[in-house]
Design a protein. Structure first.
Length: 158
């Protein structure tokens, strides 16, 4: 089984849901997931969304950079199965929002929420690039029309 097949999630009600098992290395001395690890979970979710929208590839196929990241912690998390849920929020000229939820207990318990603003980026020219109609269309098809609605403007209006 390839890594693509092993870690692939699926679209559910506008969210891309990736099942994941919390690993021992994610746990701190107090027996719960260290706060910094939640940003890694968000990264896993948005990477899976990106590859689902644009085809599976490697690190150089991720042509965005993080401009802003935030996380609200709702409850402690131990070494249990989780769902990493990711959806796309507001889309601007060259940036858009990834909204994330970390859920446990079969999706019943909301453990953390997050928002990451990314900017499309040309790695060769080292500059931001506008979001094209093709990407907007793909997002609308996969995530539904709710993904294209304004959701507030954290991190500027790029």
């Amino acid at each position: 089984m390839s890594a693509e097949e092993l870690f692939r999630g699926s679209w559910q009600d506008g969210w891309y849901v990736v099942p994941h098992q919390v690993l021992f290395r994610d746990i701190d001395a107090f027996g719960h997931v260290n706060n910094a690890v939640f940003f890694t979970y968000f990264e896993l979710g948005r990477t899976q969304v990106w590859f689902d929208l644009n085809g599976w590839g490697g690190p150089r196929d991720i042509n965005f950079i993080v401009a802003h990241a935030e996380c609200d912690f709702r409850m402690q998390l131990g070494m249990v199965p989780i769902e990493i849920r990711t959806r796309i929020g507001e889309i601007r000229n060259s940036s858009f929002d990834f909204h994330s939820e970390i859920r446990s207990n079969g999706g019943a318990d909301l453990v953390a929420t997050g928002k990451v603003v990314v900017v499309l980026f040309d790695w060769v020219r080292r500059t931001k690039v506008p979001i094209g109609e093709e990407l907007r269309r793909k997002i609308g098809e996969k995530a539904g029309p709710g993904a294209l609605q304004p959701s507030g403007n954290i991190g500027g209006s790029t």
